[in-house]
Design a protein around this ligand. Structure first.
Ligand code: SER
Length: 315
C-alpha cells in the first residue's frame, strides 16, 4: 500500500491531483501539505498539514512519521513571478527539489514526481513540434531551474536508484484553482473575464502560440506516468507532453462561439519575451510510446467545459 505526500496541495495542480490520488489510493493514504490553506474539499476529504518543503528536518520527520512512500512535489515559483525575484526563485525552486531528492535517499519515500516545463526550452530550440531531445538554452530563471532540476532528477535516479519521474507540462488550464505568476496564465484568466466582464485585455500578442493542456488530461498523464512500468522508460529526466497549441486569438474565437459579444484587446508586457522564447508546439511521441500518454481535450471541448464550470462557480 502506498502512502503519498503531496507538497503544494493548494496550488493549481495540487488542488486537483490530491483529490484524484485520494480516489485511487484512499483518502487516509494521501497526505496533503502546503504553506497555504487548501480548498475545502481537500481539508474535508483527508489529512492536511502545514509543511514547508524548504525545511528539510521537518520534511524528513514528516515522511518518517507518516511512513511516506511516494512524493508529488509541486512547489514552485512560476515563470513570470520568478523574473521579478530571480535569486529567491532559484533558491526556492532548487531547494524544494533537492530536499525531496535527499528525502528519497534518507527515507522510504523513494518514488518522486516533480513537474518540469516547456520553459526548459529557449530561443535556440526548434519552435514547432519541439522534439524530446534538442537544443536547450532556456533564458528565464524558471526555465534554468527546471532544466537543472531535470538533470538532478536523472542524476539521483542513476546514482542512487531514486525512482524520479517527471513531465514537461505545457501551460495548464483549469477552472478549480487559478494559476499564479505564469506566462500561460492568460489562458485561464481569459475564461474568468469572459464570464465576469465579457472582455479581456491579454498580456500576450494575438499570434503568440504556446503549447497548452487541460488539467484533466494533465492529471491523467501524471497518474499514468507514476503507475507505468519503468522498465519501458527510455529516459529518466523529463518527458515532453504536448497537449494542444493555440494563440490568444484562437481562444477568443472559441469563446465567441458561446459568448458572441466577448471582446479581446492586446497589451503585451514583460511576459511576451518569455513566451517568445518557448516552443509553439511540442512533439510528445516518446511519452506516447514509453508509457501510453494520451489526451482527450481540444480547444473547443475545453472551452465549453471551462465556460460551463466557471459560470457555475462565479456566474
Ligand atoms: N505555466 C508555466 C508558466 O507559465 C510554465 O510551466 O510559468
Amino acid at each position: 500500500m502506498e502512502r503519498i505526500l503531496v507538497i503544494g496541495c493548494s496550488g493549481q495542480i495540487g488542488s486537483e491531483l490530491t483529490l484524484a490520488l485520494r480516489k485511487i489510493h484512499g483518502n487516509e493514504n494521501v497526505f496533503a501539505t502546503d504553506i497555504k490553506q487548501p480548498p475545502a474539499d481537500i481539508l474535508e476529504s483527508g489529512p492536511f498539514h502545514v509543511l514547508d518543503v524548504l525545511d528539510y528536518n521537518n520534511l524528513l520527520h514528516f515522511a518518517v512519521r507518516f511512513k511516506i512512500t511516494q512524493v508529488y512535489n509541486l512547489a514552485a515559483v512560476l515563470s513570470g513571478n520568478a523574473e521579478k525575484i530571480p535569486m529567491q526563485a532559484w533558491e526556492i525552486n532548487m531547494k524544494a527539489l533537492m530536499n525531496t531528492l535527499e528525502l528519497a535517499r534518507d527515507s522510504d519515500a523513494k518514488k518522486l514526481f516533480w513537474p518540469s516545463s516547456i520553459a526548459v526550452f529557449g530561443p535556440t530550440t526548434p519552435r514547432f513540434n519541439t522534439p524530446q531531445l534538442t537544443v536547450m538554452e532556456p533564458n528565464t530563471v524558471y526555465g534554468i531551474s527546471k532544466l537543472a532540476g531535470e538533470r538532478w532528477g536523472e542524476y539521483y535516479q542513476k546514482r542512487y536508484g531514486i525512482d524520479f519521474r517527471s513531465v514537461r507540462y505545457p501551460g495548464l488550464i483549469s477552472y478549480k484553482t487559478e494559476a499564479g505568476g505564469g506566462t500561460t496564465d492568460y489562458a485561464v484568466e481569459i475564461y474568468y473575464e469572459a464570464i465576469r466582464n465579457k472582455k479581456y485585455e491579454c498580456f500576450l500578442r494575438e499570434d503568440s502560440a504556446l503549447p497548452m493542456m487541460f488539467m484533466d488530461d494533465a492529471i491523467a498523464a501524471t497518474i499514468k506516468l507514476m503507475n507505468a512500468n519503468s522498465s519501458k522508460f527510455s529516459l529518466r529526466s523529463s518527458y515532453n507532453v504536448g497537449g494542444m497549441s493555440f494563440t490568444p486569438k484562437d481562444v477568443a474565437a472559441a469563446i465567441k462561439k458561446h459568448i458572441p459579444e466577448f471582446e479581446i484587446t492586446y497589451k503585451p508586457d514583460f511576459r511576451q519575451a518569455i513566451a517568445d522564447s518557448w516552443p509553439a508546439s511540442i512533439d510528445d511521441q516518446v511519452a506516447r510510446k514509453d508509457w501510453g500518454l494520451s489526451d482527450k481535450f481540444n480547444l473547443d471541448s475545453m472551452t465549453e467545459l471551462m465556460l460551463t464550470e466557471i459560470t457555475k462557480k462565479i456566474g
